[in-house]
Design a protein around this ligand. Structure first.
Ligand SMILES: Cc1cc2nc3c(=O)[nH]c(=O)nc-3n(C[C@H](O)[C@H](O)[C@H](O)COP(=O)(O)OP(=O)(O)OC[C@H]3O[C@@H](n4cnc5c(N)ncnc54)[C@H](O)[C@@H]3O)c2cc1C
Length: 420
């Protein structure tokens, strides 16, 4: 039965949902105030990685001991702004608890695995449909360590990854040098996860997917959704700052901005933003073959058409605070530690900085499923650090829910009410 569905948000999640809903023969209206895949979206500026191996959540055992440090050091890989702490505390408690034992990490990893599995191939299929195949590659991703001991210090994470299907090649110093000659000689050991891939330009990719959805008949409505008209338990319309849009079903896919809409749909969810940053260096003078994640940097290095992108950092400071560009400078300062031949003292016109909002639940799992106020509204947000990777499978799951088909994955771990 053809239904009229409003998809709220045109990041990777909204784009993937729109395409799968169109495939089922629905009428789709995409509601988005900005440019699809534009700089306002986390989907624009992320690390570009499509890693099925990314099953380890941010919160890990003993993280609570590090919280005072996170408050003291505004430029550390994870920082908490003092002024935001009172509002953050309930989320932070749940975050610490979600990762308090290796067993909990194992359960979360198991829940993430099917959302991330086959991501490069699934993205490739979407990209082919949209005529932008060249944006998706699967060359593998390199995890670089100063030495084997540094890798062995992360045994728990790699054991859990292995239990969830990740396989890797171990590269000694010689092999590492042969495969990635520009990498600093301070890295003497690496893992190559060959199943991992990359989206070379996530902003252009999302824009291309939405363009394709419009070609297939979707309407793109430039507006900000403000709420819902629900009568006798049935959705009548999505309200926006530019008038109401009649719809029988709606998907909330507005990333870090989904909390209020979810509340209007009857669910109070502990959604926070983990703010992240990137810098892009144009003409960096190197052409790394693989995206690289240096173990001591907690950041991703990847080539994009605009240059070398370094993305990372977690800053817990809410949606409204101005960016702290010193955090992007930390990323920039690390570049020559990883790739020493990148020129020093780059002129400002060759360095572009960006800040964006990861939509993060405390346990690192998204909210996927019908809303409490009415099953006509479906939640599709909260993908944290892995939303780009999880986009295609999320789109398929949301289409299953809306079509009334049994979902291809058990949705229990992603219940929007798991913290209620
Ligand atoms: C620095 C950084 C590095 C990352 N690296 C990776 C990575 O390598 N791999 C990976 O898989 N993930 C990565 N992520 C995470 C990933 O980018 C996000 O999980 C993902 O982009 C979330 O997609 P989304 O569509 O839910 O949200 P978004 O991309 O933020 O899109 C939400 C859209 O909704 C719109 N919107 C907001 N409010 C409304 C409203 N009221 N009405 C209508 N529209 C609205 C916004 O304008 C926006 O366009 C990274 C994130 C960051 C910040």
């Amino acid at each position: 039965m053809t239904q009229h569905i409003a998809v709220i948000g045109a990041g990777i999640i909204g784009a993937a949902c729109a395409l799968e809903l169109l495939r089922d023969g629905n009428h789709v209206t995409i509601i988005e105030p900005g440019d699809p895949g534009g700089e306002q979206a986390a989907s624009y500026g992320n690390g570009t990685l499509l890693n099925p191996s990314s099953v380890i959540p941010m919160s890990t055992p003993g993280i609570w001991k590090k919280v005072p440090g996170y408050l003291r050091d505004p430029l550390g890989p994870l920082a908490i702004r003092w002024s935001y702490l009172p509002r953050l505390l309930p989320w932070l408690r749940r975050f610490v608890s979600a990762g308090s034992t290796p067993e909990k990490i194992g359960i979360t990893a198991q829940a993430l695995q099917p959302l991330l599995a086959d991501a490069p191939a699934l993205h490739r299929a979407l990209a082919e449909e949209a005529g932008i195949t060249d944006l998706i590659t699967r060359q593998g991703v390199m995890f670089a360590y100063p030495d084997r001991a540094a890798f062995e210090a992360e045994t728990m994470s790699w054991r859990i990854r292995k239990e969830n299907g990740t396989r890797w090649l171990e590269l000694d110093e010689d092999e590492l040098r042969q495969r990635e000659p520009a990498l600093s000689r301070d890295y003497k050991f690496a893992l190559l996860v060959e199943e991992n891939g990359q989206c070379r330009d996530p902003g252009a990719y999302v824009a291309g997917l939405i363009r394709h959805a419009v070609e297939l008949g979707a309407q793109l409505h430039r507006a900000r959704a403000t709420g819902f008209k629900i009568v006798n338990g049935a959705l009548q319309a999505v309200t926006t700052d530019r008038g109401d849009i009649a719809a029988g079903k709606a998907v909330i896919a507005s990333g870090a901005y989904s909390k209020q809409l979810a509340a209007f749909a009857g669910d109070r969810v502990p959604l926070e933003t983990e703010r992240g940053y990137h810098v892009v260096i144009s003409d960096p003078g190197i052409t790394p073959r693989y995206p690289v994640m240096p173990s001591d940097g907690k950041m991703a290095f990847a080539m994009t058409p605009a240059g070398l992108r370094i993305a990372g950092q977690v800053e817990l400071a809410g949606l409204e605070a101005a960016p702290n560009w010193k955090r992007a400078e930390v990323l920039l300062a690390f570049v020559r530690k990883v790739f020493p031949s990148v020129p020093k003292d780059l002129p400002p016109e060759r360095v572009k900085m960006w800040m964006g909002h990861r939509p993060s639940m405390p346990d690192g799992l998204p909210c996927l499923g019908p809303a409490s106020a009415t099953g006509d509204i479906v939640h599709a947000f909260g993908h944290g650090h892995v939303g780009l990777t999880a986009g295609p499978t999320t789109g398929k799951l949301i289409a299953d829910i809306i079509a009334g088909r049994p979902p291809r994955i058990d949705l229990t771990p992603y219940s929007p009410r798991r913290f209620a």
